[in-house]
Design a protein around this ligand. Structure first.
Ligand SMILES: Nc1c(NC[C@H](O)[C@H](O)[C@H](O)CO)[nH]c(=O)[nH]c1=O
Ligand SMILES: CC(=O)[C@@H](O)COP(=O)(O)O
Length: 226
């Protein structure tokens, strides 16, 4: 497609030159025009100087893109699971409360949220994946609090929990949400458990509602594999 500069130059070119440029351009452009003559697409007569603008406007009139968003309210009857680590339970109990409150305020009845307790964040993935694979839940929230200690054990647990929770979702097609704090100290964790940074457990629950609704829409239109 010719640049805007060359289109402007066409106007000032001699008549003969102008005819040649038009012929060249329409030859170049014609295949593109045919590409957008869909049944509902009205192909406008292209005036050479304004050709590019007309082409773009005509093209945009022919795009029928589908766009999907997840909802903020859960579908009626949708069930969710929360897998929560006992380690650092001072924190994880607060994160769990935040998640339960958000589920309740976003259309998920308390009876439709199952809670499974595991020893530590390292154990979150195996239970999360198993529950996701059961097909009983629209989404699974994983809650943990990994707080750095004196050794590199922190890194091992963070890595395992992160990749494990990710895999539980991608392997099953069920949204599995990472509601696991990874902090340098207790204060940072408290700040994210209803403190000045909010409640990350509640945020994870909201993400679960949105993702579950999105997957439901995509599945309904045959656009999600699971
Ligand atoms: N240090 C933390 C742990 N460590 C325990 C592991 O998660 C795991 O239970 C153990 O290695 C046995 O497999 N877990 C946390 O959730 N948070 C921590 O800070
Ligand atoms: C995240 C951990 O595993 C960590 O809290 C354990 O503490 P430490 O490294 O002092 O053994």
């Amino acid at each position: 497609m010719a640049s805007l500069q060359s289109q402007v130059s066409v106007k000032s070119a001699s008549a003969a030159r102008r005819q040649q440029l038009v012929a060249d351009r329409l030859t170049i452009a014609r295949p593109s025009i045919h590409a957008f003559t869909a049944p509902n697409c009205r192909v406008q007569k292209f005036e050479v100087v304004a050709e590019r603008a007309s082409f773009v406007s005509s093209r945009s009139a022919c795009i029928t893109r589908a766009t999907y968003h997840g909802p903020v309210m859960a579908e009626p009857g949708a069930k969710f699971a929360i897998v929560v680590a006992k380690f650092n339970s001072l924190i994880t109990k607060g994160l769990l409360e935040g998640a339960l409150e958000v589920f309740e305020s976003h259309g998920v009845h308390a009876d439709n949220v199952d809670v499974a307790w595991v020893p530590g964040s390292f154990e979150l993935p195996v239970v999360a994946k198993s529950m996701a694979k059961s097909g009983k839940y629209a989404g699974v929230v994983c809650i943990g609090a990994i707080i750095r200690g004196a050794t590199t054990h922190y890194d091992a647990v963070v890595s395992a929990a992160t990749s494990g929770v990710l895999g539980a979702g991608t392997d099953t097609g069920v949204p599995v949400i990472f509601g696991v704090l990874t902090t340098d100290d207790l204060e940072q964790a408290l700040d994210r458990t209803g403190g000045k940074v909010g409640n990350k457990g509640g945020e994870a629950a909201l993400t679960a509602v949105e993702m579950a609704g999105l997957m439901s829409k995509l599945k309904a239109e045959g656009k999600a594999a699971w």
